[in-house]
Design a protein around this ligand. Structure first.
Ligand code: FEC
Length: 307
């Protein structure tokens, strides 16, 4: 008989309906309510991408696809899926409690974010650990999977497919912007956090593996905390690259995210495109991993290394 193991898939979470936006934003700000202006600004951004984010549905599909792929990959284990979100119900703690109610004593955890920072993946893991300790559930954490060959193959294919849309004589006038969510700089530096290096390694690997000639690294979706965040911001970077090299084509791969959501649909597809339009360059943003088998396979391969 196969052993049942919990599969705790953790993700950011998104409002399910308009009235969720305020409590969701308050949760992101650690309980501090946004001002009316801040709230309206966020509502406007959701409105711009169609009212709400597609994130909730995509997260569910990714989690299901991962569970199915794992159950195919392991003969002696039956993975039972639990979804735990950072900023909205079902919260990470609720998911761990459900595991306990179902009699789960051991679980694999994975965050739907490919790069490790103690402030992103680390904080999800910490919340899961704290709750699991109450029940004596043993957790095996996946810390990152940006380095997995299938993850890099996915993005290499996306870049090469995008290059096919650009005349070959313009490839030397084309730049790839590899980005992830920015984080406060002081926190990252003080803790010697691996996050910036992991993004740098990703960019280097994509340069080696794909047919792209020019690669730049940037950060996006910076918050408003009044302190410096990791930079350069992708919008400033676009202008600087244009001023320095006159690139005609910009390909954006926000590799720190795993699907289309607010930060991609607004911060890339609107904000970066506005800059591209302004400088007269072409904007390209290949599809995100979503449930692509190479992406799901990359997580399965990483899970095989921890469990
Ligand atoms: O589509 C959606 O509805 C949700 C998209 C979404 C994702 C996401 C991922 C990350 N965040 C990370 C860090 C921060 C920090 C702050 C912060 C603020 C926001 C706000 C919204 C938001 N984030 Fe987010 N993030 C998404 C959405 N994020 C909305 C609030 C309004 C705004 O600033 O735009 C700043 C908190 C503060 O003000 O104190 C820090 C990181 C990730 C990638 C890793 C992960 O997924 O966990 C890091 C998706």
């Amino acid at each position: 008989m196969s052993k049942t193991i919990g599969l705790l898939v953790m993700a950011y979470g998104t409002p399910y309906k308009e009235s969720d936006i305020e409590p969701y934003y308050t949760d992101i700000r650690h309980g501090k309510k946004p001002t009316d202006e801040e709230l309206q600004d966020l509502k406007n951004r959701y409105e711009f991408i169609g009212g709400l984010s597609p994130l909730a549905g995509t997260t569910d599909r990714q989690a299901e696809a991962l569970k199915d792929a794992l159950n195919d990959a392991y003969d002696d284990v039956e993975f039972k899926l639990y979804l735990g979100l950072k900023h909205i119900s079902p919260y990470i703690e609720e998911a761990v409690e459900s595991m306990n109610n179902d009699g789960i004593t051991e679980a694999v955890t994975v965050v739907l974010a490919p790069h490790y920072s103690s402030f992103s993946v680390g904080s999800y893991d910490e919340r899961a650990d704290q709750e699991a300790e109450k029940y004596g559930i043993q957790l095996h954490h996946v810390k990152h999977y940006y380095h997995q060959p299938k993850f890099l193959e996915f993005w290499t294919n996306q870049i090469n497919d995008t290059l096919k849309q650009i005349p070959s004589e313009e490839h030397d006038d084309t730049v790839l912007v590899v980005s992830a969510h920015s984080l406060p700089k002081g926190l990252i530096e003080r803790n010697n956090d691996p996050y910036p290096k992991e993004l740098h390694d990703t960019a280097e690997q994509l340069k080696v593996k794909s047919n792209i000639i020019h690669v730049a690294e940037g950060w996006q979706s910076e918050g408003n905390t009044g302190t410096p965040w990791l930079g350069p911001d992708v919008q400033d970077l676009t202008r600087d690259l244009y001023d320095a090299h006159g690139y005609k084509n910009f390909i954006y791969t926000p590799v720190g995210f795993v699907c289309e959501h607010l930060e991609v649909l607004y911060d890339n597809d609107y904000e970066c495109k506005v800059v591209c339009d302004d400088i007269g360059a072409n904007y390209y943003r290949p599809d995100m991993p979503n449930t692509h088998p190479l992406f799901i396979g990359a997580i399965v391969d990483e899970i095989k290394s921890v469990f």
